[in-house]
Write a protein that binds this ligand. Structure first.
Ligand SMILES: Cc1ncc(COP(=O)(O)O)c(C=O)c1O
Length: 459
């Protein structure tokens, strides 16, 4: 599988619309020079996304510094929900610079007090305490520790954590083991045998089983028991409201049964909202789509729409279980000030409702596209402003990673920036502020790119 895109500037047709501008070869030759300099000194792992140099970013647009302007369908991988460089977020950061207060370890600060109070105010009442970190993976690691320590207090053997195949909870070693992607784990060797995974209830897995969501959960958990797992020792379950790579949601009856089972078994439920939180799915948090009261919630990315900040929130007795839970940069004052401004903008500018409304337009456009290419587009998933378009190889169920890689590259040449999932899915997650016509325009660029790719392969 090709990981790095070949670097060459291409002469492309000029584009000039209200939302996009392409006026030079792409990537611009200076961008190629910059990327090559970076590639000389950085890991390949930092160079698998599209070769688009970001000079500045504002609202739903990215500028490369050479006159080209791209519609952003990534929100910087689900960070800039209130739009890139939101004026209120910038102002909050600038205020900290002017004081100046740019870091303070976890000594108290006004900025942190204001933000955490507001965060706790907008989340369900029972989630009344927070710990702040800098990255999403730190919060899932923290939930892992808390769930285990909670179980361990009940029974020293109750330390098993249940997760889902295909899930993603971060890239540090604990978070990676919580995640359900098997690739890339071989080197760990002594995988934690007290982390277990069951299949995610995709639509096709459900169809194959012929069971309801509720029956499927009970069957798969029983299968674990048959494999020798003592279910009474499950201390906690970690779920994402949707699995990131495919924007795949759980059936409601599956969640209902899982919640009931967890209650009966005295197991905690962590919801990993690192990607789905802060309006992405048309609700403040993804778990609000389910009838679910999580014990712990992990947040990151769009918490600030900008600087690195993350948080785990939960009931006081859980959050206070481990007195060592803090970190050097967790709760940085600039990140807290930015997060307060971002959260207020999200609510005051009705961006959560906007996400739900624009999501319907997005879904409509994508469904039309699927109707045109039923042999290629096998599945569409969309809720609010997160969507995934699954491309499969003709006469096969295998997802077509190469086709998607080529398609999003072509779209970049026309002024649309995409997430590269390396999974055969186009993942769409623009800032929630994106104008409706820019959203439709970007999807039309994808459609045009697919037509061109098909013409090229038939030529
Ligand atoms: C659901 C989920 N959890 C955790 C993480 C890890 O976050 P970070 O990259 O900030 O460590 C991500 C990042 O993509 C994510 O999508």
């Amino acid at each position: 599988m090709k990981i790095k895109y070949d670097l060459k500037s291409q002469n492309v047709d000029a584009v000039c619309t209200k939302h996009r501008k392409i006026c030079t070869p792409i990537p611009h030759p200076d961008s190629i020079k910059l990327i090559n300099e970076l590639r000389e000194v950085e890991s390949d792992s930092m160079h698998d996304q599209l070769p688009l140099v970001w000079d500045s970013a504002k609202d739903y647009q990215i500028f490369d510094g050479h006159g080209n302007c791209f519609i952003d369908l990534t929100s910087t991988i689900f960070v800039a929900n209130v739009g890139h460089s939101h004026p209120k977020v910038l102002e909050a950061i600038q205020k900290c610079c002017q004081k100046p207060l740019i870091n303070n370890y976890y000594y108290p600060s006004f900025e942190r007090k204001e933000f955490v109070k507001r965060l706790i105010e907008v989340t369900p009442k029972h989630l009344n305490k927070a710990i702040l970190y800098s990255t999403g993976a730190e919060t899932t690691e923290a939930s892992f520790k808390i769930m285990r320590q909670y179980g361990h207090k009940i029974n020293r053997e109750k330390i098993t954590i249940l997760s889902f195949e295909g899930s993603f909870h971060g890239k540090t070693t604990g978070a990676q083991q919580l995640g359900g992607k098997t690739a890339g784990k071989q080197w760990i060797k002594n995988l934690d045998k007290n982390i277990v995974h069951i299949p995610f209830p995709t639509q096709w897995y459900m169809e194959q089983s012929g069971l309801s969501g509720s029956e499927l959960f009970l069957r798969d958990i029983k299968l674990l028991e048959k494999q020798g797992i003592d279910l009474s020792l499950i201390a906690g379950i970690i779920i994402e409201p949707y699995q990131g790579w495919g924007a795949l949601f759980y059936p409601q009856d599956y969640i209902d049964t899982m919640v009931k089972w967890a209650k009966e078994n005295n197991s905690l439920i962590t919801v990993d909202e690192v990607q789905s939180g802060f309006g992405r799915t048309g609700k403040l948090f993804g778990f609000e789509h389910y009838n679910l009261e999580p014990d712990l919630v992990c947040m990151g990315k769009a918490i600030s729409s900008s600087l690195p900040l993350s948080a785990i929130i939960g009931r006081e007795e859980l959050i206070n279980l481990d007195a060592s839970m803090n970190s050097t940069h967790g709760g940085n004052p600039m990140a807290c000030a930015a997060s307060l401004a971002s959260l207020n903008a999200l609510i005051d500018e009705n961006l959560i409702e906007a996400s739900a409304k624009k999501g319907l337009i997005l879904e409509h456009e994508l469904k039309k596209w699927q109707e045109e290419f039923p042999n290629l587009i096998s599945y569409i998933s969309c809720k609010g402003l997160v969507a995934a378009v699954f491309f499969k190889k003709i006469n096969s169920t295998e997802l077509d990673i190469e086709l998607v890689d080529n398609l999003i590259y072509k779209a970049m040449l026309k002024g649309v920036n995409s997430v590269r999932t390396l999974s055969g899915t186009i993942k769409i997650g623009p800032p929630l502020t994106i104008p409706e016509d820019a959203l439709v325009e970007a999807i039309n660029v994808y459609k045009q790119c697919l037509n061109e790719l098909l013409e090229e392969t038939h030529a």
